[in-house]
Design a protein. Structure first.
Length: 200
């Protein structure tokens, strides 16, 4: 379930409309769950309204990976971000820049998009603010992705995923290029997560 992103009405008004839609959807899903399993549901958004609606519906609040890579996020929330990983950090960045080149007009497009939304996560991902090593905004700023990316070696990605586990993040939704090689690289990183999670 998407957050209350729209071009008209106040933020609170849009969440009231989303709440009404959610109640209708929940009633319909209750009838369906007896016959077939239902995929996990989220309410996306960083605002207080988004968190309150997620709690009311007893679903997870879905957020974007923060630029600080500090995970003072609500317990049980989900995080959405893209990943480019390779054996070394340098190889990961080379692959990322090849697959998501930065168009010359990226800053201008990002500035215009940021001015047209009151979404906190979009404002962050479209900004040029300093960010933690590995955090990369270009795919979203160039409108080639909906989320920020993390770029790093297998060990660095495993460390990030281990940090998310320790922060009680309940789900990770990853944006990957639809290529078998990308899934193979991610698999190499995921295999290292138990080892990374055991480190302080």
């Amino acid at each position: 379930m998407a957050g209350a992103e729209a071009r008209t009405g106040s933020h609170a008004d849009r969440y009231r409309a989303l709440r009404e839609f959610s109640r209708t959807l929940e009633a319909r899903l209750e009838r369906l769950t007896a016959e077939a399993p239902v995929a996990r549901r989220f309410v996306a958004g960083h605002s207080t309204d988004a968190g309150a609606l997620a709690t009311e519906l007893a679903v997870a609040n879905l957020r974007m990976l923060p630029g600080t890579l500090s995970f003072d996020v609500p317990a049980g929330c989900g995080l959405n971000f893209g990943v480019v990983t390779r054996a070394t950090t340098a190889e990961a960045w080379a692959a990322a820049r090849e697959k998501y080149p930065r168009p010359a007009n990226t800053a201008r497009v990002a500035s215009r998009l940021a001015a047209s939304t009151d979404s906190r996560w979009k404002a962050e991902v479209l900004s040029e603010a300093a960010a933690a090593p590995g955090y990369w905004r270009v795919p979203a700023q160039a409108m080639n992705a909906d989320s920020p990316f993390y770029v790093g070696s297998y060990e660095e990605v495993a460390g990030l995923l281990a940090d998310l586990r320790r922060a009680d993040v309940s789900a990770v939704l990853l944006d990957l290029l639809p290529a078998a090689a990308e899934y193979a690289h991610l698999s190499r990183a995921v295999e290292l997560v138990p080892e990374a999670a055991s480190q302080p």
